[in-house]
Write a protein that binds this ligand. Structure first.
Ligand code: NDP
Length: 356
């Protein structure tokens, strides 16, 4: 492969498939890491149908947390110039300890990539890590509109505070993994430049429809799928039912673009913060009830005005620096939701499944 090859870790994931899609649309040769040959074969066929001239192949990395996990990939592929590290556990319900389920793969996985690049791939110029708004969020300031979350803000969470439940463990794992990456760069002074991305909840359609097969989507998009599973009266007795879990969001297509722009525009040594705005499940309900008349009367309406009222209880932010550096005009929430729901309904109709 040529010297502009891009390595994408965790290439079977929701975000990573979009990243690979953008890369192939721009004719970059791509190597993806996946956990099994079956996963790689399936994705390869799907992308070859979409991009018949694509230069794409997969390497197996069964567990990013294992010491030396990426050594062979970086040793064997001297054409890799850019590394986009997306792999990290983002689902819940693990039966192992929070350390094994989240912390180790997030932190060790990140360090394993960076160490392998430093040792075997001095030709790599840019490393982009999919961190998260998790590593920015200050829990105690969520509703404080005078506290502005920016590219410079760090979540002060410690692992000791986090191990109590798996959501906190996920948040801490992302924060500590990103810190470990910046510490690595400071101490080891590698020849590549690091960029970390801080997306909040990521929504939008799947690259390939087969992700809808099980009826359950990836963790973030399942929040949209969940509102399609509501019943008309749900939330009638509790106006805050659908606004409790709101936060910030961004469309997956913009996140994918950020991964690529980070090296194309040489935005090294930066944290980039892609955000379109705030969301709640009530906002999803308002959009779906307005834009999908076929679902009217079949799902909840909740308390429509609660979506607007709840905005002040979600974190204040300013990502104007990232918007300026990348030039990205963020896809609005309504489009993310409409495209996601359209894909779900299309899949259900095609396969003769009930709409809800
Ligand atoms: P997915 O669960 O769809 O993708 C995660 C990917 O990581 C999968 O390819 C998964 O492989 C791989 N992976 C996880 N653990 C391991 C491991 N131990 N060894 C090897 N591979 C592993 O999640 P998303 O696409 O949503 O998330 C991608 C990245 O974006 C993550 O770093 C996540 O933290 C971050 N992020 C996501 C947000 C969102 O709302 N979706 C928000 C902010 C950040 P497999 O499929 O085989 O399990």
């Amino acid at each position: 492969m040529s010297a502009t090859t891009v390595l994408v870790t965790g290439a079977s994931g929701f975000v990573a498939l979009h990243v690979v899609d953008v890369l192939l649309s721009k004719n970059y040769p791509v190597i993806g890491t996946v956990r099994s040959a079956e996963k790689g074969d399936k994705i390869l066929k799907q992308f070859q149908t979409k991009y018949p001239n694509a230069t794409l192949r997969f390497e197996i990395v069964k567990d990013i947390a294992e010491e030396g996990a990426f050594d062979e990939v970086l040793k064997q592929n001297k054409g890799i110039k850019y590394v986009l590290h997306t792999a990290s556990p983002f689902s819940f319900g693990f039966e192992t300890s929070p350390e094994d389920a989240y912390l180790k793969p997030a932190v060790e996985g990140t360090l394993n990539v960076l160490k392998a690049i430093k040792k075997y791939a001095p030709q790599v110029t840019n490393v982009i890590i999919t961190s998260s708004f998790a590593s920015v969020l200050n829990y105690d300031k969520v509703a404080d509109q005078s506290f502005i979350h920016t590219e410079k803000t760090w979540n002060p969470i410690t692992w000791e505070q986090a191990r109590v439940d798996e959501h906190a463990a996920y948040i801490a794992s992302k924060t500590l993994a990103e810190k470990a990456a910046w510490d690595f760069v400071e101490k080891e002074k590698p020849s590549f430049e690091l960029t970390t991305l801080l997306p909040p909840y990521i929504f939008g359609p799947q690259v390939f429809e087969d992700a809808l097969q099980s009826g359950k989507l990836n963790t973030s998009c399942e929040l949209i799928n969940d509102v399609l599973k509501t019943n008309p009266g749900d939330g009638a007795d509790d106006p805050t039912k659908f606004t409790k879990d709101g936060l910030l969001s961004v469309d997956v297509r913009d996140v994918a673009l950020f991964h690529v722009l980070a090296f194309e525009k040489n935005l090294g040594n930066k944290r980039l913060f892609p955000v379109q705005g705030k969301f709640s499940q009530q906002a999803f309900l308002n959009i779906v009830n307005k834009d999908f008349p076929e679902l009217k009367g079949k799902i909840a309406t909740g308390t429509p005005q609660a979506a607007e009222d709840a905005l002040k209880s979600y974190p204040a932010y300013d990502n104007s620096e990232s918007a300026k550096l990348t030039g990205v005009q963020f896809i609005p929430l309504e489009k993310s939701v409409v495209d996601t729901v359209q894909q779900i309904l299309h899949y259900k109709k095609k396969h003769g499944l009930p709409l809800k």
